[in-house]
Design a protein around this ligand. Structure first.
Ligand code: 13P
Length: 346
């Protein structure tokens, strides 16, 4: 196969995802992860409950004004709305591009007790072809990097970077925009400076591999963590410091050819995720668009309000669209804390 026969399509799709301050709704929780979210509202994780919840999210009136793409899970991309419309078509009809998580999860890394490597490369070319036929236009693969005593090791960073680039190249070969997600977890008690060091090293290795494996940088998006203090750290950096160090890190590691950076929320509160994204964009124009690809930070108020009761669907949808509106404002550096009001009023 020739080099980048889909270049034009990849560049167009990647640009479309980050245009007009829109961002991505990550609704690609695996069956295990959505089960944990449902536990928090005491709801059984049946296939119908998972379908009903995704239906609520995807049919939220006005969501497409702020959300350009939705990441689906393998089960979800095959499901349909209550009226029988397949989810990928429903999203496309509402100006949202359907995407698909294609990794098979982070598994124990041999000979390094606390580290993980993401699996899912075997048979990926064939799975991608099927996802194209189901309507997907972009893909996601998440690598997990843990900060701790003596970790991450170079070994862990290297194998994950290699797998991310293998995945990205296969996606582009299929005409799908890869969303390359190396997530440095924020769960430890490290300082923000340590997060800066680890994220910088991670991104250096990832872009080195992407280059070696001939990935078209103009036709991909990066989904990184922000540079933040570990959750357990006594001293918590404020939004201005997060913005400063996050941008410093990207200026050193992310080529200007990459059209967009879409952050994960990674356990930040929904308000924090909006504040930090806004502080980053308030620094003025950058070589790449900086937007969001949030899971928890977009869905948290909605799932709580829904609680599995059909009577709450409308309120839950309003809360989801409200968070999307705020994050879109933050992607344009126009977010202000007063804009949180609807959430408090309801
Ligand atoms: P969070 O925003 O909840 O971190 O989820 C984003 C995601 O897609 C993680 O892979």
């Amino acid at each position: 196969m020739g080099a980048h026969e889909h270049a034009e399509q990849l560049i167009r799709t990647a640009g479309e995802i980050v245009a007009n301050d829109r961002g991505i709704l990550a609704a690609d929780e695996s069956t295990g992860t959505i089960g944990k979210r449902f536990d928090s509202i005491q709801l059984e994780s049946t296939e119908e409950n998972r379908r009903a919840y995704r239906d609520l999210l995807f049919t939220a009136p006005g969501l497409g004004e702020f959300v350009s793409g939705v990441i689906l899970y393998d089960e979800t991309i095959r499901q349909s709305s209550a009226d029988g419309t397949a989810f990928p078509k429903l999203l496309a009809d509402n100006e949202m591009i359907p995407g698909i998580k294609v990794d098979l999860g982070a598994k124990a890394l041999p000979f390094s007790a606390e580290e993980k490597v993401t699996e899912g490369l075997d048979g990926l070319r064939e799975r991608l072809a099927e996802y194209v036929s189901l309507g997907a236009r972009f893909t996601k693969w998440r690598a997990v990097i843990t900060i701790g005593d003596g970790i991450p090791t170079g070994y862990c960073l290297h194998v994950n970077a290699h797998a991310l680039a293998r995945y990205a190249a296969l996606s582009q070969e299929a005409g799908l925009v890869p969303i390359v997600e190396p997530e440095v977890l924020m769960d430890a008690d490290n300082s923000i400076e340590r997060c800066l060091d680890v994220t910088t090293e991670t991104l250096h290795l990832v872009f080195d591999e992407l280059h070696h494996q001939r990935v078209l940088l103009e036709g991909m998006l990066l989904k990184p963590n922000m540079v933040v203090s570990g959750k357990g750290a006594a001293e918590q950096a404020d939004a201005a410091r997060v913005a400063e160090l996050t941008l410093r890190c990207f200026h050193e590691t992310v080529p200007a050819a990459v059209p967009g950076i879409v952050f994960l929320s990674g356990g930040q509160s929904d308000q924090q995720a909006s504040e930090n994204l806004n502080a980053i964009n308030a620094q003025g124009p950058q070589p790449w668009k900086l937007s969001y690809s949030y899971g928890r930070a977009l869905q948290a108020p909605a799932i709580k309000a829904w609680a599995g009761d059909p009577a709450n669907v409308e309120l839950a949808q309003q809360l989801l669209v409200h968070r999307a509106r705020l994050n879109s404002a933050a992607a344009g550096g126009r977010y202000a804390i007063e804009m949180e009001e609807l959430a408090r009023a309801t």
